[in-house]
Design a protein around this ligand. Structure first.
Ligand SMILES: Cc1cc2nc3c(=O)[nH]c(=O)nc-3n(C[C@H](O)[C@H](O)[C@H](O)COP(=O)(O)OP(=O)(O)OC[C@H]3O[C@@H](n4cnc5c(N)ncnc54)[C@H](O)[C@@H]3O)c2cc1C
Length: 232
């Protein structure tokens, strides 16, 4: 896939460790993508270091995309992206990925995200709400000590068919346990649900195991996007 250049037009710290970037593709000046897809950013001159970032913004704005970046201390991409100022040129390939809404599915959908996994989840939730069919549940797990972010965006979502909950706990294992408990509670109330899990590998494994134990078809009704393997 050919690499494309893009100009950074905005960089805002939503919290001390979460960055919102606005990026305008150059020649072609738009990027056609589906909600939930990501781009692969080149993070060094040689192209040896590449990192994936899901497009947070809507496919209806293909000329200026948003990326939500959780800054990891000492991380190669984190260090690079944290230091960029508007006008910087980035290089990416994409769009890539298959973590997208299943257009043929007519049942309820449950989106479970941890941390920056919301970057993959929010576009899918927004798109699902626009389809005016299913009930949509969004469970977003976060560390209680972290500064909240994207609060206004979540509050702006239409609430008629949406149940949106932030699940807070002092540690990631505790967040995962609360998410599992909430899903166990919700499951009997759902009609032919599909589950979308986005975040780290520990969360997706824990929730997928639980769902399979409860009789959910792993291939048909559980989709995962793993940002990184383990919580540290
Ligand atoms: C398909 C896909 C989509 C992704 N989309 C996003 C996105 O929208 N936003 C986003 O922030 N990241 C996203 N990621 C993760 C991203 O690609 C990088 O892995 C991440 O930003 C860390 O890169 P780094 O070079 O700064 O750190 P690295 O040098 O790669 O990692 C340093 C250490 O930090 C750990 N780590 C990585 N991410 C996190 C995290 N979020 N919290 C705690 N520890 C972490 C790693 O396991 C490693 O041990 C996505 C990954 C994939 C595979």
């Amino acid at each position: 896939m050919a690499e494309q250049a893009a100009t950074l037009v905005g960089a805002v710290r939503l919290t001390p460790s979460v960055l919102l970037l606005e990026v305008e593709p150059q020649g072609p000046p738009v990027i056609a993508f589906r909600a939930g897809q990501f781009i692969s950013l080149r993070c060094d001159e040689a192209g040896d270091v590449r990192r994936s970032y899901t497009i947070l913004s809507s496919p209806s704005r293909p000329g200026c995309i948003e990326l939500l970046v959780k800054l990891v201390p000492g991380g190669a991409a984190s260090e690079l992206l944290a230091g960029l100022v508007p006008g910087a040129v980035l290089h990416f390939t994409g769009p890539l990925g298959f973590f997208v809404n299943d257009a043929a599915h007519h049942g309820d959908v449950v989106h479970i995200a941890t941390g920056a996994g919301i970057a993959a989840t929010l576009p899918l939730v927004t798109e699902a709400l626009g389809r005016e069919r299913e009930r949509v549940t969004l469970l977003w797990g976060l560390l209680a000590a972290d500064t909240p972010y994207l609060v206004e965006r979540l509050a702006a979502l239409p609430t008629e068919r949406l149940q949106c909950e932030r699940i807070l706990a002092p540690s990631w294992p505790a967040v995962h346990a609360l998410l599992a408990a909430r899903v166990t509670e919700l499951h009997p109330t759902l009609a032919e649900p599909t589950f979308y899990l986005a975040g780290n590998g520990d969360m997706t494994r824990t929730l997928r195991t639980l769902l399979v134990e409860r009789g959910i078809d792993r291939r048909k009704s559980i989709r995962t996007e793993i940002f990184y393997p383990h919580e540290e």
